[in-house]
Every structure is written in C-alpha cells, then in structure tokens.
Design a protein around this ligand. Structure first.
Ligand code: FES
Ligand code: FES
Length: 166
C-alpha cells in the first residue's frame, strides 16, 4: 500500500512521517512515536483509554486515521506536565484524591478532563460525570476521579478546594 506523508505537532514537537492510509492514530502515537501513555482498552471505541487532545477537542485516537491528523496539534498525557518537573494540576489531583487504582484509564481520563476544564472551568459533579462519560474506569467507581477533577479545577481557578460530603 502506498504511503502518505503527514506532518503534525505532538506535544509541541513537529513530527513528520510516511504512513499507510489505514494506520490508526493510536498506533502511530504508540508504535511510531513511542508515546505509550494513550492506551488501547477495547476494539469498539467505547473505553476512552486512547483519548488525546486534537486541535482543541478530545478524540479517541483509535477512531482517527493518522492521515486525518495531518496538520493537527495533538496533546497526549506525555505533554501534560509543564517543563521543569512539576505535575499538571490534574495529575496532582489524581494523586492527592486517589483518582486511580490500576491506572489503565488514567492517561485518557486526565487528557479528557484537561479539555473538559477548558470547556467548563468550574464544572459541577453532574457536568464532570457527563464530561467523562466516554471514558470508562473499571476500578475506582468514579467518585475519586470526580474529586480529582474538582481538586484540579480549584487549583487552576486559584480557589480553595472543598471536598463535597459523600
Ligand atoms: S481503545 Fe477503547 S475507545 Fe479507543
Ligand atoms: S484505575 Fe483501573 S481502569 Fe481506571
């Protein structure tokens, strides 16, 4: 199969490659760029473990061909933390609020939450639940993920985090 030239920005770095038209973005990221944070958790586009940010939208990288990402600006979990070793507020929130157990869903969950907080800077619990509806977690029961996102929202907004009573 003849290959197609693509160029995009991934985590701020320019990337160029020759790819087969059938190559899914998740495989390009994981196998060609060695960015293994985005996971593959299903083959039905349901789990959201592969979520990345593409031109300001959350996308499931298993549903996008690499050629469709030509010219795009992509952010994966690997590009989430600011340079210098600090964690992103969401990473800190997931750590502080115990928002993960096995961690398999976490890169996709954080990447989705990153975009959710751009869309709704101070989301209610219902808005968080709706916002992460495309990301499945089989371990946590979601409660601590919601707290983690609320923690991050408070930190980003510069207000004290108040844990809601359960
Ligand atoms: S791998 Fe499950 S939605 Fe992409
Ligand atoms: S922490 Fe295990 S799937 Fe979410």
């Amino acid at each position: 199969m003849s290959k197609v030239q693509v160029a995009m920005k991934v985590n701020g770095q320019p990337v160029e490659a020759l790819v087969e038209p059938r190559l899914l973005l998740i495989h390009f990221l994981r196998e060609d760029l060695n960015l293994t944070g985005p996971h593959i958790g299903c083959d039905t586009s349901h789990c959201g473990a592969c979520t990345v940010d593409l031109d300001g939208r959350s996308v499931k990288a298993c549903t996008v061909f690499t050629v469709q990402a030509n010219g795009a600006d992509i952010l994966t979990i690997e590009g989430m933390a600011p340079p210098g070793g600090a964690l992103h507020a969401l990473q800190e929130g997931f750590r502080e609020m115990h928002g993960l157990q096995c961690g398999f869903c976490t890169p996709g969950m954080i990447t989705r939450a990153y975009r959710l907080l751009q869309e709704i800077p101070n989301p209610s619990e219902d808005e968080i639940r709706a916002g992460i509806a495309g990301n499945l977690c089989r371990c946590t029961g979601y409660q601590n993920i919601i707290k983690a996102i609320q923690f991050a929202a408070a930190k980003i907004n510069g207000v004290p985090f108040k844990e809601a009573a359960e």
